[in-house]
Design a protein around this ligand. Sequence first.
Ligand SMILES: C[S@@+](CC[C@H](N)C(=O)[O-])C[C@H]1O[C@@H](n2cnc3c(N)ncnc32)[C@H](O)[C@@H]1O
Length: 274
Amino acid sequence: MLGVDRTAVLAHPEVRIDAGRAAALAAVVDRRVAGEPIAYIRGFKEFRGLRLAVDPRVLIPRPETELLVDVAIDRTVACLGSVAPSPRSRASQPVRVWDVGTGSGAVAVAIADALRRRRAAGVRILATDSSPGALAVATANVVAHRVAHIVQLRLADLADERGGLENEPLVDMVVGNLPYVPTDEVARLAVAASFEPRLALDGGADGLDLVVRLLSLLPSVLATGGTAVLEIGAGQAEAATNAAAALLPGCFATVHPDLAGIPRVLEVRPMARD
Ligand SMILES: C[S@@+](CC[C@H](N)C(=O)[O-])C[C@H]1O[C@@H](n2cnc3c(N)ncnc32)[C@H](O)[C@@H]1O
């Protein structure tokens, strides 16, 4: 906004700014004083080293979601290594990933970017969201990070048939950071969260409505041997694991803790079908 970086501001406190810039700066300070997150004011957020565009149509990507991305990359790379022995069959049978509730596209873009850096070709990511505004932001991020050949975006609701994957082949991995804040707690979140879309936060009475909905869809969307990795909230590990066991009898289910030791990512592998 001032056209100079932080170093210049600190090094030259004597420089005076004109009235126009002073007014613009005051407006920004007012927004911050009102509690608006810095990421919305600046229009971007760093996530896994990537600069992602954000605005109030999307959740601001959280540091804890980097764990979700790490696990997803790990499983995708393992999947790449376990299928398609020849480059020819690899080309005809990509590893398919579904990023559900993509928001800003943070998860899909971060996975695509990491795979590109590893020169791991042969992955296609379908990223869906029920919010047209979120998809507009995600589109900008997919284009800016040059991963449009890997990430396809689609407006789809988890309530749709197969979550919006009606005409899609089975996928090898599902990754999702769906809303998981219990409805009663949404109003008690820090003021910054009141600037974020409620659709991105409210997970229903116990916070797990959409997670459970997604778990129930897994048999119809996941290929045999496929994995789902889902971010969950503090205190939801037991309920989420129980839901997985009830909906997917015999499944493998484990929960990965984040850097703060909070159980954060539910990993589920349904039992192989005959
Ligand atoms: C917690 S945000 C996560 C955004 C992004 N994946 C991230 O990690 O930063 C959840 C996203 O799920 C989307 N969403 C909420 N309900 C949905 C539904 N029924 N079907 C599809 N997407 C939904 C919201 O629009 C929002 O973008």
